[in-house]
Design a protein around this ligand. Structure first.
Ligand code: PEP
Ligand code: MG
Length: 581
């Protein structure tokens, strides 16, 4: 019977495939397909890992036996359980099935089978047996640790998407995925994903949009309702997940999927068309990127520059070891050179809130404080000036290879502005003293906090351009945690308060002849393009996958007409009601 689960639509399109249910903590293992001639090899890796862990446990047991009698009876019994689990037929034959029949790599097969057995444990009545799940997880974790040291020969060149022996697309189902998980996801084989938690502008959703794959977040209990290998349809446009769909539904959604592809092909013809409105206004369409390699996609979509390089993705999932100056310089340089002379706006590191450096890592206090109001973005950089200086030097050096704008996130106080500018000067001095070459950068500030939007003249005195981060501006204006699906219905880009802050920022920048752009998700939302144009915006930064659809809207607009309408929207009690006029 088909079950339908409702969540939040975060990344458009339809995906149809078999479910791979993962615990979020297991996303850090590789997911790729193994060619037929490597299958035996993969089974061997697994066998070695299991034997190594058995040996480890036997050694510990031996050590226990050398102690006075019955010194650690519980530990000894526990080790027996671990040994038993390692030999368990359901684990070994199940893992083999995923490798032989589905061509999963060993780590992926192991974690998939772990999920299958863990669910059976969850359903057990007997609390003692239920608790054995934790033992199983420990045993698997030990095997994974061993395998981490012995990489698969296939892994190095694995491009899961291309090398799939299996014809059936796979979709990922998880309780949660962190932004760092998403980086891993980018290199994986999945055609779409669904998570139990997450808001529309959470960073997980943002990365999904950047990958242009169908995704639904906030689907509450999906990771419990969906079983390993179930057939699933993800409708990323409607925010709906259909489990075990009937043949009629499969046919209907297959048709929608093909229609989507036709529409994309049609839009791709606009790539080289200049983004100019009917009344001749030139509009700048820029790309948001997370990694230097994304520059390729930006150019392909016809972006005229990068309006937001979220540099924090270079810092994530590294077990606390931050990238040094050389590594950062090389990464920024790759992005700059990748854009072939077009400007690249590098935003300094914005970790914290829903972007922890490492999965699950939070300061103890964050468990009971809201991290969105805590030490994130520029606040963190100013609290760690030596880390910040490393990044500033790397960006300035990369600017020697092409036009670079330096963008600072989440400023709110004049003192923060002063400290930031002083550190930028210090970074220049340090490079001068070291005889290192660097380039000129334009300085920009993000307007993301209402306090900043209400003090624009202060920002205009110190910066060359402003960029409105509407994701955070909405979050902080409406007091809605953007990552929390429980309040996502209150997350309203056209709330009169948000529109006033946005309109005021755009108007003041234009009055002073300073550049202003919007780089939050609003910029890539085609239902808001007319309004933003009417409010005077001429520069939009968004995921490359949204550029052509926004351009299509722009080509149909006359800004002289939109101005009056936008003013009426701005003055309305319920702006959303006027949006379809
Ligand atoms: C924003 O807040 O709108 C923005 C672009 O920054 P981020 O989404 O990375 O917080
Ligand atoms: Mg932001």
């Amino acid at each position: 019977m088909t079950i339908s689960i409702h969540g939040l639509a975060v990344s458009r399109g339809i995906a149809i495939g078999r479910a791979v249910v993962v615990a979020s903590s297991r996303m850090d293992v590789g997911h790729y397909f193994v060619p037929s001639d490597q299958i035996e090899n993969e089974i061997q890796r697994l066998r070695h890992a299991r034997n190594a862990v058995v040996e480890e446990i036997l050694k510990v047991q031996q050590g226990l036996q050398d102690l006075p009698n019955d010194a650690h009876p519980e530990l000894s019994a526990l080790l027996d359980v671990h040994l038993m689990l390692l030999q368990d037929e359901q684990l070994t034959s199940g893992v083999k099935h995923w490798i032989v029949d589905r061509h999963y790599n060993a780590e992926w097969a192991l974690t998939t089978q772990l999920e299958v057995i863990a669910r059976q444990f969850d359903e057990m009545e007997d609390p003692y047996l239920r608790e054995r799940k934790a033992d199983l997880e420990q045993v698997v974790e030990r095997m994974l640790r061993f395998m981490r040291g012995v990489a698969s020969p296939v892994a190095a060149g694995a491009d899961g998407r291309a090398s799939a022996d299996s014809e059936v697309p796979l979709v990922l189902i998880a309780h949660d995925l962190s932004p760092a998980d998403m980086l891993q996801f980018k290199q994986s084989v999945f055609a779409g994903f669904v998570t139990d938690v997450g808001g529309k502008t959470s960073h997980t959703a943002i990365v999904a949009r950047s990958m242009d794959i169908p995704a639904v977040v906030g689907a509450r209990s999906c990771s419990h309702l969906i079983q390993q290998d179930d057939w699933v349809i993800i409708d990323g446009d409607a925010g709906v997940v259909l489990v075990d769909p009937s043949p009629i539904l499969l046919a209907e959604y297959g048709f929608k999927q093909r229609q989507g592809e036709v529409e994309r092909d049609r839009l791709s013809r606009l790539k080289n068309t200049p983004a100019v409105t009917l009344d001749g206004q030139k509009i700048e369409l820029l790309a948001n990127i997370e990694q230097p390699e994304d520059a390729v996609g930006a150019l392909k979509a016809g972006a005229v520059g990068v309006g937001l390089f979220r540099s924090e993705f270079l810092f994530m999932g590294r077990s606390g070891k931050l990238p040094d100056e050389e590594e950062q310089y090389q990464a920024y340089r790759r992005a700059v050179e990748g854009m072939q002379g077009l400007p690249v706006t590098i935003r300094t590191v914005d970790v914290g809130a829903d972007k922890p450096l490492d999965r699950g890592a939070s300061r103890p206090a964050d468990d009971y404080l809201n991290p969105a109001l805590g030490l994130r973005a520029i606040r963190w950089s100013l609290a760690e000036p030596s880390m910040f200086l490393v990044q500033l030097r790397a960006i300035l050096r990369a600017a020697a290879h092409g036009p670079v704008n330096l963008l600072i996130p989440m400023l709110a106080h004049a003192s923060e502005i002063r400290q930031t500018l002083a550190l930028i000067n210090r970074a220049r001095e340090q490079l001068d003293n070291g005889g290192q070459s660097y380039g000129h950068v334009k300085l920009g500030a993000m307007i993301e906090v209402p306090a900043a939007a209400l003090t624009i003249p202060l920002f205009l005195r110190h910066f060359d351009f402003l960029s409105v981060g509407t994701n955070d501006l909405i979050q902080y204006t409406l007091a809605i945690d953007r990552a929390d699906e429980a309040v996502s219905h209150l997350y309203d880009p056209v709330h009169p308060a948000v529109l006033q802050l946005l309109a005021g920022t755009i108007a003041q920048c234009r009055e002073h002849g300073k550049g202003v752009s919007v780089c939050g998700e609003m910029a890539g939302d085609v239902t808001l393009t007319r309004l933003l144009l009417g409010l005077g915006l001429r520069s939009f930064s968004m995921h490359p996958s949204q550029i052509l659809a926004v351009k299509q809207q722009i080509l149909r607009c006359d800004t002289t007409r939109l101005q009056t309408w936008a003013q009426s929207v701005l003055a309305a009690e319920d702006p959303a009601a006027l949006m379809t006029d």
